[in-house]
Design a binder for this molecule. Structure first.
Ligand SMILES: [Fe+2]
Ligand SMILES: [Fe+2]
Length: 389
């Protein structure tokens, strides 16, 4: 197994928070909100890829036993987005939004006191309904763009990873991700009421992952961080959604994602045992950058922008809010933290990442099960055959 990797940072060079994420204060909400995603008019977004593609002459299938097993499972777990989902299901988006409001009448835990003096205090029922609709359009759009990021990254892994068992497995994931882009795009077009461009923070992260010259960073950024958060977000939405088509779609996508995250952990585990402390610190910094970008992306900047709500109002609301209401954002790290522990990244380099995650309030998740124990990852047969619910 090769551990040859390029090192763009001088060995032992430690970067400050500002150098890693572009601002000194991780929690500077105004700075976070002021980055709004925009789509190029050309409809194209090129990213320079600095990684070499690599052939291997070692065709010995099954040398990496667990990856081989995952590949065999993946071949049987395929489903067809066109024929396996009930696309004929009628979806009344406004009725769905109203139903969600009925179970959560205080709008994300915000009461009158929290909203007083802000633009939101003057909103009538129609504007809250529009906010609910826009938020759903935004959320599903971000899923769709993130899935395209996964499609590109997995294709890159096929090219760059040096082991044949990983190339084989990653090839199945390319098909999975194409299917995921397809279902979110179709749901947006046929069942919802509008698209959003990619969130600016998610976009910065995906560009960084694709541009990095070290092939293991594609794994760390996409398979562990982006997909780990996606798996938790899909699970959350699956739990609260009553709409049967969306529910089924998310459940099928989750069955695939469980395998993807397990692929990341299994592939990096052995590699990271062989890295030096300064090399591991670079991986920690990358994981930290990804964690912050993904937390920042959950602020739905593009929705506020479209609804003409000033940033200062959102900052005011945030300052008045009970931090316990941030549970949703924190929960999204439930898959990422145990997987980083399994990779040894929490405690490497004097526990730098453990310290950062403690400051972000997400360290308590380290004791949850990691993704190599997810029942979906090594399940027999497709989610259709298993009729997962
Ligand atoms: Fe996916
Ligand atoms: Fe995935």
């Amino acid at each position: 197994m090769t551990t040859e990797i390029d090192r763009p940072q001088a060995a032992g060079e430690m970067r400050s928070t500002e150098e890693i994420i572009g601002r000194a204060d991780v929690n500077d909400l105004e700075a976070i909100l002021s980055f709004v995603g925009h789509q190029e008019e050309s409809g194209r977004h090129p990213v320079h890829d600095n990684c070499d593609a690599e052939f291997t002459w070692d065709y010995d299938k099954g040398r990496l036993e667990k990856l081989d097993k995952l590949y065999e499972k993946a071949k049987n777990a395929q489903w067809n987005a066109t024929t396996d989902l009930p696309w004929e299901t009628p979806v009344d988006q406004e009725a769905q939004v109203m139903a969600n409001f009925a179970t959560n009448p205080t709008q994300m835990g915000w009461d009158e006191k929290v909203l007083a003096g802000t633009a939101l205090a003057k909103w009538d029922d129609k504007q809250w309904l529009r906010f609910g609709v826009e938020s759903q359009n935004w959320t599903l759009s971000q899923f769709m763009h993130g899935e395209q990021g996964a499609l590109l990254c997995t294709a890159k892994i096929v090219e760059t990873v040096p082991w044949i068992d990983a190339k084989y497995y990653a090839a199945t994931q390319v098909v999975d991700e194409a299917r995921h882009v397809e279902v979110f795009s179709r749901y947006l077009d046929e069942k919802l009421s509008g698209h959003y461009p990619m969130n600016a923070h998610l976009g910065m992260l995906l560009d960084d992952i694709i541009a990095d010259s070290r092939w293991d960073m594609t794994y760390l950024g996409m398979q562990i961080m982006v997909e780990g958060l996606a798996l938790a977000a899909f699970g959350f939405m699956h739990q609260i959604s009553e709409e049967p088509l969306l529910k089924k779609m998310l459940r099928y996508v989750m069955a695939d994602e469980a395998r993807h995250v397990a692929f990341g952990v299994l592939s990096l585990q052995e590699l990271y045992h062989e890295l030096s402390s300064s090399e591991l610190r670079e991986r920690q910094e990358f994981a930290f950058e990804a964690a912050v970008r993904m937390r920042d992306r959950l602020r739905s900047q593009e929705v506020w922008d479209r609804m003409d709500v000033p940033w200062k109002d959102i900052v005011t609301i945030n300052e008045r809010q009970d931090p316990a209401n941030d549970d949703f954002q924190i929960l999204l790290f439930s898959k990422i933290v145990p997987n980083l522990r399994k990779l040894g990244l929490l405690d490497a380099a004097d526990g730098w990442l453990r310290q950062k995650f403690t400051e972000m309030g997400v360290i308590a998740f380290e004791n949850l099960e990691d993704s190599t124990e997810d029942a979906d990852a090594f399940a027999d047969g497709s989610p259709v055959a298993r009729s997962v619910a």
